[in-house]
Design a protein around this ligand. Structure first.
Ligand code: B12
Ligand code: SF4
Length: 429
């Protein structure tokens, strides 16, 4: 949608999102150019599509996070690869495509934030639960497991507020996902701009409700919280990562510990503004030992988060964690590109220091069973009912997480059948 906003009008654009289903490509008119984006976990599908169109003689350009982090792999499967943020380079790519002189690689680097166009929301099909918008790029933190800082940079860039408001107005859906990695930033000037943006969104009376990702310092400013709620904020996703200070140090997120933070008090401050908190944790850190799953469930309940999202520590290409695990021979699923399909953070693809394959899966199951134990869900819903904070939303979201546990168990069983023999705990090997 962003690149479509940068595409001159002489190009006719069709956006295909396979999240909505696979269309009949044969029935579509033959395109002049195909651009494909993919997360790492989707890379194999991207290659299938690239092969399909290249066989028809249609040039294929692949860009995005995976193309940037795995350039050589992608180069072999596309006519051209665009690394980095493509905003500045896309018009050039189109011009070269038109003259049949595509280069094998373009690098967009980091875009000037003021060059980011209004995304073409009008090109999306209907039927999405959420619209999406980006109001900032980059993250001033640099957690070891995360690709954002190496991809979008540590320099935190905020879009012009007037552009954000204009783009919000273009979104059809009432619910919106603000896709920023860090909605408010960390420095006083970041927070001041976030407040201005919330004021402008509230003033525009958009009647949108949105959820976003932020760091825990979101809780530190009552005015910021009040303005966010007034602007339509209805939920925030926060990475707590580990229940222990040692874990936070291990992943490079000591920011969470600054000022001797009281996590429960922080979460409650956010929730008092009617903004539910989705807490995210990781299982599989080097300090994690048997019992970590139960511990995370307990800590998340103690913090008072509304939902818990737990992921396996996953070495994504381009991260510091990748470099470290690779040098230690701990990337267990390493037949690429095939194995990328398991890099969804929902499978244990590495060798973990104190947890075997079965062990880490059991920790994940016990964590989710602990947090989504029915009496615990009812307690959360009851507390939301008591405080008039959307108890129904709380019930539905908790039950949907709970029902996923059964599906997860099936997925783990399949995963173990195919790949279990290649996993061994470092201690055992
Ligand atoms: C929003 C988001 C989601 C949303 C996606 C909603 C949607 N349908 O759009 C949701 C919540 C669903 C999601 C899920 C996941 N996500 Co996510 N997500 C993001 C996030 C925060 C923003 C993505 C975004 O929209 N950016 C805005 C656009 C404008 O930027 P962009 O896509 O990078 O595009 C620019 C360039 O890359 C380039 N470009 C991109 N594609 C192409 C293609 C061509 C042809 C060209 C020329 C250029 C080009 O041009 C664009 C303009 O500069 C990113 C972090 C980030 N900063 O990117 C993580 C991120 C992409 N997610 C990540 C992950 C791991 C996941 C999950 C696997 C995790 C999980 N288990 O939840 C799942 C996977 C889902 C799946 N289907 O497989 C990782 C991916 C790492 C990797 N190597 O793949 C990221 C980078 C976060 C991280 N911590 O590292 N995610
Ligand atoms: S705070 Fe979030 S977005 Fe920023 S580096 Fe850490 S995990 Fe990535």
């Amino acid at each position: 949608m962003v690149l479509a906003g940068l595409t001159p009008p002489e190009w006719e654009i069709t956006i295909v999102d396979e999240n909505l289903g696979v269309p009949d490509y044969q029935a579509m008119p033959r395109p002049d150019l195909v651009g494909i984006t993919a997360f790492t976990s989707q890379a194999n599908r991207a290659y299938e599509l690239a092969a399909h169109f290249r066989n028809l003689g249609v040039p294929v350009v692949i860009g995005g996070i995976h193309a940037t982090m795995c350039l050589d792999e992608v180069k072999e499967r596309a006519d051209s690869v665009v690394t980095g943020e493509a905003d500045s380079i896309w018009p050039q790519v189109l011009q070269d495509a038109r003259h049949h002189s595509l280069k094998s690689r373009y690098d967009g680097g980091l875009a000037d934030i003021n060059d980011i166009p209004l995304a073409r929301h009008d090109l999306l099909a209907t039927g999405y639960a959420f619209g999406a918008i980006q109001t900032t790029r980059g993250c001033p933190l640099n957690c070891s497991f995360c690709s954002v800082t190496s991809f979008n940079g540590a320099k935190y860039r905020q879009r012009r507020i007037v552009d954000v408001v204009r783009e919000f107005k273009l979104i059809r859906e009432k619910l919106v996902l603000v896709v920023d990695d860090n909605l408010i930033g960390t420095r006083p000037e970041h927070i001041a701009r976030a407040k201005d943006m919330f004021r402008a969104l509230a003033k525009a009376k958009l009647r949108k409700e949105w959820i976003a990702q932020a760091t825990i310092n979101f809780a530190d400013d009552e005015e910021l919280l009040a303005l966010a709620a007034k602007a339509g904020c209805r939920g925030v996703f926060i990475g707590f990562e580990s229940p222990s200070p040692e874990g936070l140090m291990e992943v490079g997120k000591k920011f969470n510990l600054l000022k001797g933070r009281d996590f429960r008090a922080s979460v409650q401050r956010i929730r008092r503004h009617n903004i539910p908190v989705m807490g995210s944790f990781i299982i599989g850190l080097d300090i994690d030992e048997p019992g970590i799953g139960k511990r995370i469930a307990e800590v998340a309940s103690q913090y008072g988060v509304d939902n818990l999202n737990v992921l396996f520590l996953t070495p994504l290409p381009g991260t510091r964690l990748w470099d470290q695990m690779k040098s230690q021979g701990r990337i267990a699923l390493d037949t690429f590109p095939e194995d990328w399909k398991y890099y969804t953070l929902t499978f244990p693809v590495a060798r973990y220091k104190h947890l075997s394959l079965d062990g880490i899966i059991q920790e994940m199951i016990s964590c989710n069973r602990g947090f989504y134990f029915m009496p615990h869900i009812l307690r959360r819903v009851w507390s939301n009912l008591w405080q008039r904070r959307r108890p129904l939303v709380s019930l539905v979201s908790n039950l949907s997480y709970r029902s996923n546990i059964r599906l997860d168990c099936q997925a783990y069983a399949n995963f173990k059948r195919y790949w279990g023999n290649r996993h061994n705990c470092v201690k055992e090997s």
